[in-house]
Design a binder for this molecule. Structure first.
Ligand code: SF4
Ligand code: SF4
Ligand code: SF4
Length: 254
């Protein structure tokens, strides 16, 4: 798709919001080069504040994780195995066989805009809504900062912004560039991606090499509300047992 100019999938205008067409990301780490242009584009378009220029010290990945001020995060995954026909060792200058194989995999991670969104189910104020294109949007002017959404996201995506950043206390995450989508534009992170690793799909798909745990992703994501039925059943049974015990005590000692 590179070099196709206005014919590129990332350049064409659409009417998805007006026509209620569900869309999403497809992210392919096999072509990602870890340039972090998507991260920068997200920051720039959404005017997301910097999160401290912290040097984490164990990777070239200086942003570390998704958060209230990192709505897209390019994960640097360092693994001790070869990537395809990659020449291992010091830039291929030494004997490759004598060097430990090493590969870098990059995954441009983002909110999954889940079909069953734990954050949306947990929010007591109605701040989190489902949009016409199927994405999950936080309305920051309605959010009261309770944090229920933070503990209900199985992917650790949404977070509250700490002091002294602007709008501190409120919950923030990727908006799926709802403002751009309403104008027929694709998300900022996808349009500035030189490799076009993120294209249209349903909500958020990721092609990953190996196990999801290696990327810090849960192997079987669950929203906490699936335990509501068993929790309420346990509470009811406990109440009945307590009532019987109290009545029994009155009858026995009364
Ligand atoms: S914040 Fe978490 S639970 Fe909510 S839509 Fe994104 S990935 Fe899903
Ligand atoms: S912190 Fe805001 S968005 Fe999250 S659950 Fe509370 S009110 Fe809803
Ligand atoms: S869709 Fe928009 S808000 Fe979400 S990561 Fe991409 S640029 Fe940021």
């Amino acid at each position: 798709m590179i070099g196709e100019g206005t014919q590129s999938t990332n350049q064409r205008r659409h009417n998805y919001v007006q026509e209620n067409v569900e869309v999403g990301f497809f992210t392919d780490p096999t072509v990602c080069i870890g340039c972090k242009a998507c991260e920068v584009a997200c920051k720039e378009w959404n005017e997301v504040p910097d999160d401290g220029f912290t040097w984490i010290g164990n990777s070239y990945d200086n942003t570390g994780r998704l958060g209230a001020s990192t709505w897209r995060h390019v994960l640097f995954l360092e693994q001790d195995c070869q990537k395809g026909n990659q020449i291992t060792g010091l830039m291929g200058l030494s004997d490759a066989q004598s060097e430990d194989p090493f590969r870098w995999i990059f995954l441009s991670d983002v909110c999954k805009h889940c079909e069953e969104a734990g954050c949306l189910e947990a929010c007591p104020t109605g701040s989190i809504v489902r949009t016409e294109v199927g994405s999950v949007l936080v309305q920051n002017d309605v959010c009261n900062g309770c944090g229920y959404c933070v503990v209900s996201c199985p992917f650790g995506v949404i977070d509250r912004r700490p002091q002294p950043l602007p709008d501190a206390g409120g919950a923030f995450k990727c908006t799926f560039c709802y403002d751009r989508q309403k104008s027929g534009l694709v998300p900022a992170c996808a349009i500035y991606d030189p490799q076009e690793t993120s294209v249209r799909g349903i909500h958020a798909f990721f092609l990953i090499l190996g196990e999801p745990e290696a990327y810090g992703l849960p192997p079987k994501p669950q929203v906490p509300t699936i335990y509501l039925k068993s929790a309420w059943t346990s509470a009811l049974l406990t109440s009945i047992a307590a009532l019987i015990a109290v009545l029994g005590a009155f009858l026995f000692f009364g």
